[in-house]
Ligand binder design. Structure first.
Ligand code: WTA
Length: 659
């Protein structure tokens, strides 16, 4: 557990408040009482295959029904074996034969204030055209497509178009550097990259196409044959003849007729890279049928989404939250999903509340780090807007401290909106532990209880359930439809990362989440943060190893160790301890250069907040860096616990003195 979460946990341990779901909310909710939730949970537990099979039949369109709900060859699962399905069909086509045809599917607001609304019929047409344009560029079922886009409707269109023709997409967050983009394109062996000339971010333009050019320079990603470019920011860019194509040109040539490809339920839908504790980011693989059902059901029940709602998730489509809860889950439900290109910024700190007012947003889903930023910016901003349309609030990304929860509840929700705190991961595809807003009493800081079909527990390293309310490792004991299927091109890493940390007993495999947690006497889960070397900066997952390798790739750096330090707004901030090659000496200039270097290698989100030079790093006799000590030093705390394994105690004294 990190120091940042330690602070949160301490306040959480004092937390005794309980908030019942507001009766007006429960009355209209899909699941309106605790006993209804309990029934669903018990039903799923008694017979998971029947539970998921019935829902798959009721809630989704299948070209062909499956012949087996679950095939579990631990740790490899297949869901709805033999079924044929297309998630783009479920998100679009099936709504066109209903009144929803002319309902808003996407409401989009650009950072400079431009806006667009696409009805289901319009979105369907655009997706079909985009899919045909990709086909014209030679993309076939099974080919991987990289998407490096700003938050504009074409990002959603591109994803749905890939899904439509069965080309797995791999979305790379627009804030990642050319270097990080290249690594991901190479690993996924992408054939096509979809990008834009540029995107708006905090009143600047991010030169996305230029970054793509850099990633592809010198044959950097040799599998990429074409680049499809959407015009957004209008700035001058280079168009490589024969490789780069404007979307608005191709659009003139293609038809809007593109039937959805019947996909095997287990065909890959997308690959999304995420940080782990070791090595390079992993390509988390999600497939079609199970992911469609899981994101559909969690959206329906956890967000209690109705046809009359305007639903807004503030994530970026570059993260799993954007995939599952801006695009696939909401559209599969026929909902209206709002997409915003911008973020609160000095020139427009109240932009979120303007948007809630402008569109009458009913359901609002954001991250604790954003809430803490709103608190800092002051109540006057939301207070100056009409937020009375809101009926449900959600949070995701990190543990929420009870003070932030209370502020969100009072100031944004006007004490009438339930808050659903949703614990889940890139790997889980959708919500795993989260309150049913009309059914489960809330405790500020707890993600409450597991979704039906999710068998969560807190165990020790041997896999034994911990006693009482002790902390331990959060694990999942039964497969669920939205789970990752493997790590792209690396099944061994899949097995060792997720299924072997806790040793399987009698073929009983448990999924290791990498999070610590505690279960209280009511069975509520309290997430305590990562137990591995992953840090969570403003809800973004970063592997300390990745940042360390970026640092040591600079000629001045001999060795680097990166740890998280508690930060009031970001949750954690990055502190790097660096030893220099003998030719170099510490300076302010070098600090800036190293921070810039990490930004270039990974992206601005990975830039260390602090760099400390040191003569040596504290290591064990076997040469392992003792990060625990560095974490204490970084946060100015006394170094507690056992230091007897330290190879050279004087290192510690020096570090302390320098800190
Ligand atoms: C953390 C984001 C506490 C957790 C969907 C997890 C949370 C990691 C919560 C996954 C929450 C996410 N409470 N911690 N409600 N939601 N986390 O893959 O440490 O970007 O392992 O997925 O975020 O981050 P990822």
């Amino acid at each position: 557990m990190t120091q940042a979460t330690q602070a949160t946990i301490e306040s959480i341990l004092q937390e005794k408040r309980l908030f019942a779901p507001p009766p007006e909310f429960s009355q209209q909710a899909y699941v309106g009482s605790f006993s209804e939730y309990q029934q669903l949970y018990d039903k799923a537990k008694a017979n998971p295959e029947q539970f998921w099979g019935e829902l798959a039949e009721q809630e989704l369109h299948w070209f062909q029904k499956w012949n087996k709900v679950l095939d579990w060859q631990p740790p490899f699962a297949q869901w709805f074996v033999g079924g044929k399905i297309n998630i783009s069909y479920n998100c679009l086509d099936r709504h066109l034969t209903t009144w929803r045809k002319n309902k808003a599917a996407l409401i989009w607001e650009g950072e400079p204030g431009d806006s667009r609304t696409l009805t289901y019929a319009q979105l369907h047409r655009e997706v079909c055209q985009f899919a045909n344009a990709m086909k014209q560029l030679g993309i076939k079922k099974g080919d991987r497509v990289g998407i490096y886009m700003p938050m504009i409707p074409e990002a959603a269109i591109a994803m749905l178009a890939c899904a439509r023709i069965g080309a797995p997409h791999s979305v790379v967050f627009g804030g990642f550097s050319a270097e990080a983009l290249k690594d991901r394109l190479v690993d996924a062996q992408a054939k096509l990259v979809i990008t834009a000339d540029g995107g708006y971010r905090k009143d600047n333009i991010i030169p996305l196409k230029e970054q793509v050019d850099r990633a592809l320079a010198d044959n950097g990603a040799p599998t990429v044959e074409n680049v499809l470019v959407v015009r957004r920011s209008q700035q001058q860019i280079h168009m490589e003849p024969g490789r780069d194509h404007w979307w608005h040109d191709l659009k003139q040539e293609v038809s809007a007729d593109c039937p959805a490809e019947p996909m095997d339920s287990e065909d890959v839908l997308f690959i999304l890279y995420t940080s782990g504790s070791t090595g390079k980011p992993k390509g988390v693989v999600h497939t079609t049928g199970g992911y469609n059902l899981y994101t559909h059901m969690t959206t329906k029940w956890i967000f209690d989404i109705k046809d009359t709602d305007v639903y807004w998730c503030t994530a970026d489509i570059g993260w799993i939250t954007g995939h599952s809860y801006i695009i696939y889950g909401p559209l599969s439900n026929g909902a209206t999903s709002l997409m915003y290109e911008g973020v609160p910024r000095p020139s427009n700190p109240g932009c979120f509340w303007d948007i809630v007012e402008k569109y009458g947003v009913n359901i609002f889903y954001t991250a604790p780090t954003a809430i803490r930023t709103f608190i800092k910016m002051g109540e006057h901003l939301p207070k100056a807007r009409d937020l009375s349309s809101l009926r449900l609030l959600g949070t995701v990304g990190e543990p929420i401290n009870p003070e932030a929860w209370m502020w969100y509840y009072r100031v944004i929700g006007g004490e009438r909106c339930p808050i659903t705190d949703t614990w889940w991961q890139t790997e889980t595809g959708g919500h795993m532990i989260a309150s049913f807003p009309g059914a489960i009493p809330m405790k500020p800081g707890s993600a409450t209880l597991p979704f039906p079909g999710v068998v969560a527990d807190v165990v020790d390293l041997d896999g034994n359930p911990v006693k009482g309310e002790e902390g331990g490792y959060l694990v999942i004991k039964h497969p669920w439809p939205g789970m990752l299927r493997t790590v792209y091109n690396n099944p061994d890493r899949y097995r060792s990362t997720y299924w072997e940390h806790i040793p399987p007993k009698n073929e009983q495999y448990v999924y290791f989440s990498g999070d610590g947690a505690r279960k209280d006497k009511d069975g509520y889960f309290w997430i305590m943060g990562r137990v591995d070397d992953v840090i969570n900066v403003s809800g973004h997952r970063l592997g300390t190893m990745e940042i360390e390798s970026a640092l040591v790739s600079h000629p001045a750096v001999a060795e680097a160790a990166v740890v998280g330090k508690p930060d009031e707004v970001m949750g954690e901030s990055i502190v790097a301890f660096v030893t220099l090659e003998s030719k170099y000496s510490p300076s302010e200039g070098l600090i800036n250069e190293l921070r810039q270097h990490v930004s270039k290698e990974i992206g601005p989100i990975a830039r260390p907040g602090e760099i400390r030079f040191t003569d040596a790093l504290p290591k064990t006799r076997s040469g392992k860096i003792m990060r625990r000590l560095l974490r204490s030093i970084a946060s100015g705390q006394e170094v507690a616990g056992d230091t007897s394994t330290l190879e050279d105690r004087s290192v510690l004294d020096k570090l302390r003195g320098g800190a």
